[in-house]
Design a protein around this ligand. Sequence first.
Ligand code: EPZ
Length: 448
Amino acid sequence: MNNKNQSFKITGLAGEKTLKGTVSIQGAKNAALKAMAAAILFDGPVTLENIPDNADVATMTEILTKLGAKAGWVEDGDLSIFKIDASGITSTDIDLNLAANMRASVVLTGPLLARFGKVSFPSPGGCVIGTRPIDLFLSGYKKMGAEVDEDKCSYQITAPNGLHEADIFFNLQTVGGTETLMMAAVLGSGTTILKNCAMEPEIVNVAEWLNDCGADIRGVGTTTIEIVGTKGKLLSAKKHPYVTIPDRIETGSFLLLGALCARDLTITDCEPKHCESVINILKKSGVPIEVGPTTIKIVDNVAPTQLLRPSIDVRTHEYPGFPTDLQSPLVAFLTQTNGESKVFETIYEGRYKYVEDLNKVGTDITFSNPREIVIHGPTQIKSDSEKDEKNTTTIEARDIRAGFAVVMAALCGKGKFTITNIHLIDRGYEKLEYRLQMLGAKIERVNQ
Ligand code: EPZ
């Protein structure tokens, strides 16, 4: 799919909450990508269930295929099943161009190094939301006995005798770092202890599967993880498919959008326990929410949006705190609440680029400092088509989540909007326009 030249055309609802219906949540992108990398630790084919069909999964599939693995959807009767067989891997060089588009490619280094004793990879790419260094991966590998060489734009890591036990303290909680070193230690020798680990549910989801298949990982979901290595024995999936947990970021995104634009919205196939931080904020704002075991409903959301209460102070935080990945959709929501909210971004220094885009269409967001913004609401979001109907206001999607935030802004705004750069949105949200159309939104994908 060449989606680089595509855009969304959206006609806003002008503050009316007319969307209605059901959205089913896909498997979590940020868990699925790690399980795909973990398939390298197995002695044969693995089956992965509930894999989202988004652009990042397609990129990871391509990277694995270039390494020599068989990866992709396989038809089985009426079902389409995702399978990976890493037994044919012949290369340990991660493709430069593909990796440049997706930071998650760096998690492949752990399983490749664990199994083959070497890996080379380019500086990882991904969303432009900050500097995103990989120093914690590299120092971890060194502690586990690997040698790291780097030139201008690539790294070569070797551990010809395999990785050994290590005691590793992460200076800051890193999701990818925790997952990657955990996977690297699975086939090693001795017991590796990781401290100050990230506790995201996606890490737990992958680790539990690995344990079902022969790994010995303890303490996952807490800040200390211990991995007893198998001394080179590969894992075996046998009757244990990996089942991707529901995407909590997608769930939160649709909830925030629904709060502004939907009268009745049912979100199904989700895990509400993973979404407490966003549910709490919405409830405090006055959004009528009902939570079931695997559903979240916005019911009879008829009060004018201007009556919604703002959030006094929100700081993004590692799980279970408020996720950085929902920061921009939350800000789009807060622009419509009545009063002043403060948002502080603790994880990434470069995740406010979309603020100027929102202010261009009528919001009032100011910076207290580079990490903190103040949102003055409510403001009416308006397109240039309000002055001249031949016009449309164009907003660029800056990253996956900021892309969703500007779609939210356009949907609750007045007039016609064009969202460009939507290949970034496609990285994290499967068929977004189709799912919004099903709710009654006027949104279409067009070639520019
Ligand atoms: C994961 O990225 C997610 N991506 C991101 O989701 C998410 O924003 C992030 O976790 C935080 O929740 C995937 O899972 C594929 P980190 P990751 O390592 O693992 C610093 C989305 O929209 N750091 O937890 O790359 C880093 O710079 C995306 O779906 C170092 O300094 O994030 C950041 O400030 C985008 N050195 C902080 O840690 C290191 O060696 C947390 O990053 C590693 C990280």
